[in-house]
Structures are given as structure tokens and as C-alpha cells.
Write a protein that binds this ligand. Sequence first.
Ligand code: SAH
Ligand code: CA
Length: 214
Amino acid sequence: MDFLPKPVDEYCSQYTTAENELLKQLNRDTHAHVLQPRMLSGHFQGRLLSMISHMIKPSYILEIGTYTGYSALCLAEGLAQNGKLITIDINPEQEERINRYAAAAGKSNQIQFIVGDAYNIIKTLPHSFDLIFIDADKPNYPKYYEQALEKLSPGGFILIDNVLWSGKVLDEQERDKDKDTKTLHALNAFIQQDNRVENILLPVRDGLMLVRKK
Ligand code: SAH
Ligand code: CA
């Protein structure tokens, strides 16, 4: 679903810094060779992730849901010197591609890909994070949100993707009959009344919830 009229959407993309060649290549490569390429963040959201990361200059970033590594590369652009991004995906199939692109970006020693179920892996991570991007299986979003808050440095930020779920979260019937819609709407409502954080729901792409831990 497009939330913005197409010409406005196109104008916004046109006046947003272009993807670099490597990201363009990964974008094309994913569309040509990987199932469900719509999951990739893409040009506009990728530039927003990069911009937010540059504003925070995080020492540690955690990403839940790597896919082909597009958003990981964008987020890693803003890392502090010697900063690290850990990205987790349950699917081992993209490991070679992710590592190849991280190397091409000159970030092999800054981007660490871990294969496995995010919930179990996050528990084992030893340090806290300044920025956490939640973008994996929707039924587990509420669990990831709690884990992320625990692992977040004070004043740190969480970004949660797809919280508008193609606009279905607005539809009461969809909330009743579709489990993911129900979960995402309940999470939005939970965050809204959560005194531990401040939050802003950005109507970017499929909805991006930006959360700051107080
Ligand atoms: N962040 C990527 C897109 C991620 S798509 C981008 O913006 O380009 C969602 C990913 O979550 C998929 O690759 C899927 O394999 C992964 N995923 C699903 N369930 C998971 C789980 N339990 N633990 C970790 N990753 C999971
Ligand atoms: Ca997503």
C-alpha cells in the first residue's frame, strides 16, 4: 500500500541522496536472485536509517532481521569509529551474500552476522546497544521490544519496522481476523502508554516506530 500519492513519493525519492553503487547493486542483486525482495528496506528508508545512525553515532547497533543485509549496510554507515553492528537472522541462506557485501563496503570487521533465532541470541549478547532495529518475524515483535529495551543504553533508540502493516492496523476487522495485524496494533498501543519511552510513529514506507528510552 502506498500511503503517499505516487508523485509525492517520487519527488521525495528524487530529492533524497541516491544509493551508493554498492547498495544499488545489492538492491538489484536481491530483486534478481532472492525470494521476497519487497522485504528489503530500499533507497528511501535506507537513507533514513543511515541519517538516523549518523545522528546517533552509535558504538553498538543491533539489528533483528538481516535478510540480504541492505539495512545493515545503511545503519553501519553512521557507526562511531571502531563501532560494531551485530545483525541476526534465522535464515542461513544469505550468509555468503551478507559477508561479501560487508567486505565490499570495507566493513567486515564492523558488521557481524549471527545465524539463529533472534530471541535466543539476544539473551546471550554481553553488552548494551545505542541503536536497535527490529525488523524480523512480526509475532515476536512484543518480545523483541522488551528484549531491546533491556539491551538498550539509557538515551538509546529503537526503530521498529512495518508497524503500519500496509495500513491494516487502522482496520478493526483486520485487527480481529489477522494475527500479525493484531500484534502490531497492540504493540503500537503498548508503546504509546509505556512510560519508559518516548515514541514517534513515522509514516515512512510501511511505518517506522522510533522509540527513545528515557
Ligand atoms: N532488515 C532487512 C529486511 C529483513 S526481512 C532490510 O530492511 O533489508 C525479515 C527477516 O527476518 C527475514 O530475513 C527472516 O529470515 C528474519 N527472521 C524471521 N524470523 C526470525 C527469527 N525468529 N529470528 C531472526 N530472524 C528472523
Ligand atoms: Ca521491514
